[in-house]
Design a protein around this ligand. Structure first.
Ligand code: GSH
Length: 221
């Protein structure tokens, strides 16, 4: 199984299946395709006739070219890893929140691009723009707080796909010094402390590439 991803410092969609696979102890090989610095991603896309985007998971003749589709497929392939919660009501909540991330939070995503190795601060004008998304995050975390779920630090107790979908949001909130809610902060602390997340961060810090377009967001602290 081979996971194609991009810059660990910047590629939020890459982080999602990568951390889900690490947390579920699914073995894989990985290749980083730095699409601002090489045409290797275009070549991969041409070869498989898919969009020139990461993440892409290749297993034998199966090509999966979307983060959520990758994790859904893995949840089917590895039912014992509980990538979705077992209890159906909790699973519905997890699926809704994962889908909401996949198709929403556009303002937060476009205003605060993931930049794991930097601390940034936003102007008041930019902060006002993302206020609605921060309120929505707090509301979502309240849904999970009210849910009947097993013990644990993550949204459904144990780490699962829904946590993986929000993993880059942790870097956005922490990196831009934003405040969501105490429940969110507790989750973010647990997420950041994961050995797999620290492994991702160390690799991001070691990367030689810089993308000026992403560095231009916010003021460096
Ligand atoms: N819907 C896709 C989105 C993937 C996506 O936007 N990936 C970005 C990197 S984080 C990308 O590959 N960008 C390459 C480009 O736009 O040239 C998914 O969930 O996998």
């Amino acid at each position: 199984m081979h996971l194609y991803i991009a810059y660990k410092n910047y590629s939020s969609w890459s982080l999602r299946p990568w951390i889900a696979m690490k947390m579920a102890s699914i073995e894989f090989e990985e290749t980083v395709l730095p699409f601002y610095h090489s045409n290797a991603l275009d070549k991969l896309a041409e070869r498989y006739q898919i969009p020139a985007q990461v993440p892409v998971l290749v297993e034998d003749n199966t090509i999966i070219w979307d983060s959520l589709a990758i994790m859904e497929t893995l949840a089917e392939q590895y039912p014992d890893r509980n990538l979705w919660p077992q209890e159906s009501g909790l699973r519905v909540l997890a699926r809704c929140a994962a889908a909401e991330m996949h198709s929403g939070f556009m303002t937060l995503r476009s205003t605060c691009p993931m930049n794991c190795r930097k601390q940034k601060r936003l102007t008041d004008e930019k902060l006002a723009l993302i206020e609605g998304d921060l309120i929505r995050l707090a509301e979502l975390w309240e849904h999970f707080d009210r849910a009947n779920k097993p013990e644990g630090d993550f949204l459904c107790g144990k780490f699962g796909i829904v946590d993986a979908m929000y993993a880059p949001v942790m870097w956005r909130i922490v990196g831009y010094g934003l405040d969501v809610s105490p429940a969110f902060s507790k989750w973010a602390t647990a997420m950041q402390a994961l050995p797999a997340m620290q492994e991702w961060l160390a690799a991001a810090q070691d990367e030689e590439w810089t993308i000026e377009a992403y560095e231009a967001y916010g003021e460096d602290v």
